[in-house]
Design a protein. Sequence first.
Length: 92
Amino acid sequence: MSVTYVKTKYEVIKETKYLRFTKLERPPNKKTDTIIIESKSGGYILGRIQWFGRWRQYCFFAYNETIWNSGCLEDVNEVINELKEQKKLEKS
């Protein structure tokens, strides 16, 4: 699945040793955030974190031909957990 983001405001929410997590501006019809995951060394977009309605939770969508080690996956999981906690706070 190819996704194009044109003229979208964004905010870098986290940087790790190898990855940059960027939150995109939320469209008016969306209730949840989309986070783009980018390689800090090459600037390549590697995947995204976004709400998956059928599972009612944030999920990680790796782009084709990307390779992930356990450290990078831990970074992704940490961001997902932060989004989950933020969503809990918004509900209360």
